[in-house]
Design a protein around this ligand. Structure first.
Ligand code: ACO
Length: 376
């Protein structure tokens, strides 16, 4: 690419256009990702979810007492009002879980009793996990699952998502994947949140818009689409044939490709290792890992396109016994922290996000009365 894009020409998908200065995080084409200055592997290896959330929101790792009061603030706000659960139930068994969460967040915006901005944001951050875990079961008429006191944030989400018993290593893997989903600079949903924040709308409005943006398979919906694809292929030996047909039909392979990462997504690399280690420790069937690896090898050989986070997070969730329709909801339960960091950063130095467009339609047309109009 040569120099900055021409600002008078529309940049498709805003590719290569910087729309904000940020101190929150940065992904780069060389496969690097930093959270508030820390390389992602430094955080994923050493920190916990609550610590990482605090870092993303406040710019600094917390002291012991700061972490304690942040964690307690989340615990205190985790109870979802029965009215909100009732609205979720009303949506019925065919409701898409992200639509359910989005509707619940809108309802929450109308009834939440939080008064100040920080309380509202912490309420959303705390409740999003509970909404996510219940987004598939409550509309189907099943009893809601609730968080337990004294559990790590990630352990709590996991125990609400599945009754399958996880080992300490597996729980730590889930926590790490959650940390990788927590923030990722100006992805589509965080940009959406910033656009809504720039109008001075409240955080519930911004989060519900973020959820709408997250839903699509080119963004958050990709983890579910990737898992459904893996379940269809099943056999590592069939990966090549599956891809050949998909390429011929010009179908996109879900869980591959990224706007920023063209060589590798560092989050996918970490998750690949977690998946391998998790299945090795179990000592059982590693077909799923071999299938992912076969897909990765073939995609790279044929298209030079690497897997993204969703591709390796999905089989981890599957191996933990989590139902596929809950994968994008998990994404939202993590990314809400990143969204709120972006919401706040936008307001620190706000200017309404209102870009320009390049008009390419006709002009100076003459009005034709309806009776004189013809088709075509
Ligand atoms: N499968 C097949 N071909 C692909 C894929 C893919 N997954 N991704 C990109 N390509 C091809 C495109 O067809 C295009 O080819 P062309 O130049 O011959 O037309 C080229 O690579 C460039 O792709 P774009 O879609 O233009 O790249 P962009 O930066 O706009 O898109 C995106 C990035 C949307 C993520 C894309 O790679 C994609 O659709 N991937 C599948 C969905 C997915 O996994 N999304 C998750 C993103 S990560 C996240 O949300 C955590």
């Amino acid at each position: 690419m040569t120099g900055a894009p021409d600002p008078t020409k529309a940049q498709k998908g805003l590719a290569g256009v910087s729309v904000a200065d940020t101190r929150i995080s940065k992904s780069d084409a060389d496969g690097s990702l930093i959270y508030r200055g820390y390389p992602i592997w430094e955080i994923a290896t050493n920190a916990g979810f609550e610590e990482t959330a605090y870092l993303i929101l406040n710019g600094k790792l917390p002291t012991g007492s700061q972490l304690e009061s942040f964690t307690e603030g989340l615990r205190e706000r985790a109870k979802v009002q029965p009215k909100v659960l009732g609205i979720m139930r009303e949506l019925g068994r065919n409701a898409d879980p992200i639509d359910v969460i989005r509707t619940a967040v809108s309802a929450l915006g109308s009834i939440d009793s939080e008064e100040d901005m920080q309380g509202k944001q912490m309420s959303l951050e705390a409740k999003m996990s509970v909404l996510a875990a219940n987004s598939h079961r409550v509309p189907r008429g099943e009893a809601p699952r609730y968080p337990k006191r004294n559990l790590r944030f990630s352990d709590n989400l996991l125990q609400m998502l599945t009754t399958k018993e996880a080992t300490e290593y597996e729980r730590r893997v889930f926590e790490r994947v959650m940390m990788l989903y927590l923030e990722h600079d100006l992805n589509a949903s965080s940009f959406t949140v910033r656009a809504v924040a720039s109008t001075l709308a409240d955080p519930y409005a911004a989060a519900s818009a973020g959820l709408a943006s997250l839903k699509g398979p080119l963004h958050g919906g990709a983890n579910e689409a990737a898992m459904e694809m893996l379940l269809r292929i099943k056999d590592p030996a069939k990966a090549g044939e599956f891809l050949k047909v998909a390429f011929k039909e010009k179908r996109k392979i879900m869980g591959f490709g990224h706007r920023v990462y063209k060589e590798f997504d560092p989050r996918a690399r970490l998750c690949k290792e977690y998946l391998r280690e998790m299945l090795t420790r179990r000592g059982g069937d590693d077909t799923l890992y071999r299938l992912c690896e076969a897909m990765e090898t073939e995609m790279w050989r044929e298209k030079r396109i690497p897997p993204n986070l969703d591709f390796y997070a999905a089989p981890i969730f599957y191996s933990l016994g989590i139902e596929v329709p809950l994968y994008t909801p998990i994404f939202s339960a993590c990314r809400i922290f990143g969204w709120m960091a972006h919401y706040n950063e936008q307001l620190e130095d706000n200017k309404l996000i209102r870009p320009d467009s390049t008009y390419v339609g006709p002009s100076a047309l003459k009005y034709v009365p309806i009776e004189d109009r013809t088709l075509g």
